[in-house]
Design a protein around this ligand. Structure first.
Ligand code: UDP
Length: 162
């Protein structure tokens, strides 16, 4: 019996998600995130400086779209999120859908980018592509939040206790 329980236990994982500026769908996207079973462990609205946006996307600094991407990310407030769930990194990537909304509408019509992205640049949401990036970006945006409490708390749940 005990072995079976251990066999079915997967520890929750965390990823960094961003609702990008100008989406006009922040609340719908947040509802969708919770409906898909993610716990919102951290949330903050931040207007990124150019330096922060460049650092955040430094893996893309040699891409032709880097300048536009940094302009876009600084244009208004980003909603920064730490999402917790089993397999959160891959599940959040799947929930977002492909980078290009045209492709998203064809291959993943229920995805957030299929529904809310304007174009390949202004594509509504970001998510870390692997666990190492998730750790780095969570630390970059939120500092050290590695305590057990942070893993399990949901902001909405926490607010309702106050
Ligand atoms: N991007 C763009 N043009 C492209 C590819 C990407 O403007 O041809 C932007 C887009 O906002 C994307 C971000 O750069 O979300 C990072 O690109 P990446 O390839 O990492 O896509 P993602 O991981 O966000 O799906």
């Amino acid at each position: 019996e005990a072995e079976r329980e251990i066999g079915f236990f997967f520890p929750p994982e965390q990823t960094l998600a961003v609702i990008k500026p100008d989406t006009q769908h922040k609340e719908v996207i947040l509802d969708e995130i919770r409906a898909r079973g993610f716990t919102v462990s951290r949330l903050k609205d931040t207007v990124l400086s150019r330096e922060m946006a460049e650092e955040f996307y430094k893996e893309h600094r040699d891409e032709p779209f880097f300048g536009q991407l940094v302009d876009y990310m600084c244009r208004g407030p980003c909603t920064m999120l730490v999402l917790t769930k089993e397999n959160a990194v891959d599940e959040w990537r799947a929930a977002m859908g492909p980078t290009d909304p045209g492709e998203a509408r064809e291959t993943a019509p229920e995805s957030l980018r299929a529904r809310f992205a304007k174009d390949i640049l202004q594509n509504a949401v970001h998510g870390s592509s692997n666990a190492a990036h998730a750790r780095d970006k969570i630390h970059f945006i939120f500092g050290d939040i590695s305590s057990e409490n942070e893993l399990i708390c949901d902001l909405e749940a926490e607010e309702s206790f106050e």
